[in-house]
Design a protein around this ligand. Sequence first.
Ligand code: DMJ
Length: 568
Amino acid sequence: MKLALFSLVLVILHKLQARLYHFRGDIDPYDKKYGYFSERDRLETLDSVRKTFTFGYDSYMKYAYPSDELNPIYCEGRGPDYENPSNININDVLGDYMLTLVDTLDTLAIMGNVTEFKRAVQLIIDNLSFDKPTTVQVFEVTIRILGSLLSTHLIITDREQPFGDLMPKDYNDELLGLANDIASRLLPAFENTATGIPFPRVKLDQGVPEDCVNETCTSGAGSLVLEFGVLSRLTGDPIYESYARRAVKRLWEYRSNITGLLGNVINIQTGQWKGQMSGLGAGLDSFYEYLLKAYILFGENEDYKMFKEMYDSIKFHMRRGRLKCNKGDGNPPIYVNVNMKTGETLNHWIDSLQAAWTAVQVLNGDIDEAICSHALYYSIWKKYGVLPERYNWYLRAPDVNFYPLRPELIESTYFLYQATKNPFYLHVGRDILNNLNNYTQAECGYATIHDVNDKTQEDRMESFFLSETCKYLYLLFDKDNHLNKAESRYLFNTEGHVFPIDERFRRKPWEEEEEKAPQSSSTVLSVVNVKKNSSFSNCETVSDEQRFFMPMKSPYYQQMKSAVGIGD
Ligand code: DMJ
């Protein structure tokens, strides 16, 4: 007893000492700036995130609904570009299916906006139809529409109602019905393909259009398994999951036998790589993410095996710079784009989607690496106040200058904060929020930045601003949110929609035997159970040094900023 008391006092003293350090005169300036974030600041920032979300959401409902998106400068709705079918920048995503409202549903729930959530669900049940002559991208529809419908259905039907009483009156699984409907319209993409890798697009009321190209990007074809798997396991219909898994398997088989890497574009009939660039950004990002997440949700060892092998190949072939983030000499670590067959550096840019890799590193327990990846992207953010779509690390300048309100850096900031509880990440979140409010706020919503150099705006607010950017910002500051509780187990799809990590997704209802002998669920839970497994870093296993002092040691952080070309 005495020993326990003594240890407790020691721990308290140690923590106190760490905190008091911030009030000393000789403190490192970065530790001083980032080592503390008051409760008052947290609550104020949380309130500010809520206002940001509300302004964007209310404006969408006022000026744009039932259109897919809000044009925040001219205060009007935006739908598919019917006049110019080849405008895939718009038409891949917008299908005349109330995209922003659908994509935002679980953000409303997570923010506890019960009344609006129920109203929004009712609007969707009463008005949403997918019987439309629009040609959309299979991947976009899957992560944004299908992902949100499934997530919302699961939240509504959760018996414990952890986000409040969200059950709409007389709910009769309508959202699951809509999920089934939209997914069945995507199935033709998996037919008439010689490899099993799906066509990139379908026309919602007709199947694959006659003029559809035979090429697809790797992430588009290979990151459908979470949503298709959840749908299959909820409905008992194996077709969705089996199609999505077949595509992953085929892509995997086409990896280079020299480097183990995949390219970014493949011909779905011949299996030939049309884009031989391998990297962590556009065209590949969510492929890796879904290997790990599929393992976490469904517990199939094969998924983790693929992920692990891929993770090792990525580190071996794409990583440049010193060996350890916080130790040794050399340039700051960076993951570059390489030739999939040789591993040689292919170009000098990284893209903003790649900022999500940090979150994958955190999920995989590679916290030190994640800290460094994040620091690089935050430095670029600081340089411009937003993130350029492509940044040339050799020229230290943007290669592609727009910023469409993407969430990836914020998502990673949230993941790193959950893993370390280091106040540095709250400072980062507040900084990002302030920049969003300063630069992207428009007459009636938030606008894409056309050029990060002069912050000129473009009239578009993509649906992921409300579904992801605001959600991750909110969760970063809402420490008591149900999702942030130690005992909560949720997984985010790549559009920020949440799925409960639940025993029922470990079972395949169509395989009776599997049900009788549950498949190594203890292995699975040990991976998922981040808080208890020591191989995963988290706020209980992270040292005080990592928790209160700069996650990246000051000289290294300074070096990272100089590498990007910014001072303090
Ligand atoms: C979102 O639709 C998803 O996060 C996707 O994985 C990548 N692109 C956007 C956000 O940038």
